[in-house]
Write a protein that binds this ligand. Structure first.
Ligand code: 13P
Length: 287
């Protein structure tokens, strides 16, 4: 059964580790992430962007697929199904479809509007026992066609949003989605520290987990980050393994064209990436 992300993140914050949010794109992604979490006895959050939800034929399809896998693969570790960077309407649709967690990304609205919309969704989520993530300060880079400049959140605004009763808070600290450019200045630990001072026990979320050096990840966790989002890294690992399979001509040997064979190296590559991240984030054996 899907669970809200509240308990797993409260425990992570107390225990000084982070739970990974891995974004899913299709059946292979979902199965690879769930099996790895179970093998490592780790809690996990499956992230679904609005674009990925559309690609997978809609939120109801996603809920059906994930619930089916939890049962048929005997997944017993805590799993949350979470809308990533949701709009107000998208969040409502996911709540109706059976997601156990949503993110409302109102970071592009003026703070008053972000507060008003977040507040409404907090009330709905509380009533249904779902977790809700809010965002202050946009995350840079490109995700599903949305391009942000990557700004540092205002700690006072973070406190205002945290006080609305959200479950977890994403604060921009110079992080960006996708690969980091060579001239990237790194995470702003000064901002993160100030945000944590203002928001106390609130689990903080680090977006753009792909390509952040290990020492920065560890430092971010020590300063209150309890959820780390990873998307691009699994995509790169999948594409790389699939390319190698095809370049080696394996799809032309025997039944190598069978999708169950063709997609197997990519599937294994996602599993390896998720394992590496769970070990780095410290969530292994925390189920
Ligand atoms: P990356 O694609 O950079 O790993 O970011 C993922 C993310 O933050 C999803 O919200």
């Amino acid at each position: 059964m899907l669970v809200s992300a509240k308990e797993m993140l409260t425990k992570a914050k107390e225990g000084h580790y982070a739970v990974g949010q891995f974004n899913i794109n299709n059946l292979e992604w979902t199965k690879a992430i769930l099996l790895t979490a179970q093998e490592l006895n780790s809690p996990v959050i499956l992230g679904v962007s609005e674009g990925a939800g559309k690609y997978m034929a809609g939120y109801k399809t996603v809920v059906g697929m994930v619930n089916g896998m939890l049962e048929e693969l005997n997944i017993t570790v805590p799993v949350a199904l979470h809308l990533d960077h949701g709009s107000y309407e998208g969040a409502k649709k996911c709540i109706e479809a059976g997601f156990s967690s949503v993110m409302f990304d109102g970071s592009h609205y003026p703070i008053e509007e972000n507060i008003a919309k977040t507040k409404e969704l907090v009330a709905i989520c509380n009533e249904k026992g779902l977790s809700i993530e809010a965002e202050v300060g946009s995350i840079g880079g490109e995700e599903d066609g949305v391009i942000g400049a990557g700004e540092c959140a205002d700690p006072n605004e973070c406190k205002m949003i945290a006080d609305l009763g959200v479950t977890m808070l994403a604060a921009g600290i110079g992080n960006i989605h996708g690969k980091y450019p060579d001239n990237w200045a790194g995470l702003s630990f000064e901002t993160l520290d100030a945000v944590q001072q203002k928001t106390g026990t609130m689990p903080l979320v680090l977006h753009g987990g792909t390509g952040i050096p290990e020492d920065m990840i560890k430092k971010a966790i020590s300063l209150g980050v309890s959820k780390i989002n990873v998307n691009t890294e699994c995509q790169l690992a999948f594409a790389d393994a699939t390319r190698k399979y095809i370049e080696a001509g394996k799809d032309l040997e025997g039944k190598g064209f069978d999708p169950r064979k063709l997609l197997a190296p990519g599937f294994e590559a996602i599993k390896a990436t998720v394992k590496e991240k769970m070990e780095l984030f410290g969530s292994v054996n925390k189920a």
